[in-house]
Write a protein that binds this ligand. Sequence first.
Ligand SMILES: Cc1ncc(COP(=O)(O)O)c(C=O)c1O
Length: 399
Amino acid sequence: MPDAFRELPPGLRPRTLMARGGHLRSQFMETAEAIYMSSGYVYKTAEEAEAAFANDGSRFVYSRYANPTVAMFEERLRLLEGAEACRATASGMAAVFAALASQVKAGDRVVASRALFNSCNYIVTQILPRYGVVTELVDGRDLAAWRRALAPGVKAVFCESPSNPTLELVDLAAVAELTHRAGGVLVVDNVFATPLLQRPLQLGADIVVYSATKHIDGQGRSLGGAVLGRDKLVRESLMPFLRHTGPALSPFNAWLLLKGIETLPLRVEAMGRSAAEIAAFLERHGKVARVLYPGLDSHPQHQLARRQMSGGGTLLALSVAGGKPGAFRFQNALKLIEISNNLGDAKSLVTHPATTTHHRFKPEERAELGIDDGLVRLSVGLEDPADLIADLDQALRAA
Ligand SMILES: Cc1ncc(COP(=O)(O)O)c(C=O)c1O
């Protein structure tokens, strides 16, 4: 919202933008970005207050609408994504809900890929229908299924690519085209790919959403989220929704995320390199029934991954032989890697989706999603990959 961001030379590369972009420096000329823990702002005169409300966006009026530290985070992420506009939210789920709910009304149709994180699935299948929105899930890998579902009248289309936890991909360019032909907007949850490895807006998506809790913070400290897209769409439908429903990001959390972005490219690159090495190791391991990682030749959509992603990412899933007991023995035997349902962290973490993030689903629904009882999701962190491989190997042997 403010236009007082420090001016930078044109054509800067992402790493430079992440260290330098979006800085609102105060009169004190601080090096680090300041934390503005203020819920409101004062006006010198009643006329100034009147003008602030009449000229919407001309200055900060209330931190539910906008805040200087939050604005710095939004601007830095906007520059990285190459989006026209960015609005931050208190969590990734607030971002997903706002992105969808701000686009639809009773009677509209929403189509989503079925391979979704539990809470994303809940919004599409349980919450939106309560408000009269008709929703449908399709196999996101199947373009014919998208073609059948995306008839005129579809208002919003939603997908994760890669999906949590089975690393399924959606052909974003093709689905964007089908969505637009049907008159809808495509919303992409880009959490697994991160803004560094996939650019949904460049592939034709209208809105991209993040849980900034994951790689953007990347150090297990803060929840956060963001919605990015075209200026008109953000201004006309998303901003009124956010202002009046209030899922605002705390300035302190915005500051953590802002500092997180500075090291995001270094972390995603190092974690992705380790993930590729670990995926190759696990694929050769006798105790592993299958490995899902978009960067592996064996991934069923590897060619699509190569087309629309610039790396395989930091997450993979493995099916441990022996079903749930095998997966539990494996997790319990880990000595370095810990059990947690978070991801994108500097610390490597495993989770067993069937009994945690996806426990709400019936066994047959999980089977349809490819979440077998032996499936374990691994979020690869910043540790030395040799230490991670040694830990995984000893735990697999113990399982
Ligand atoms: C793909 C995906 N989208 C959204 C979310 C929700 O993010 P948050 O926990 O920040 O609300 C998650 C969290 O695990 C996720 O994995």
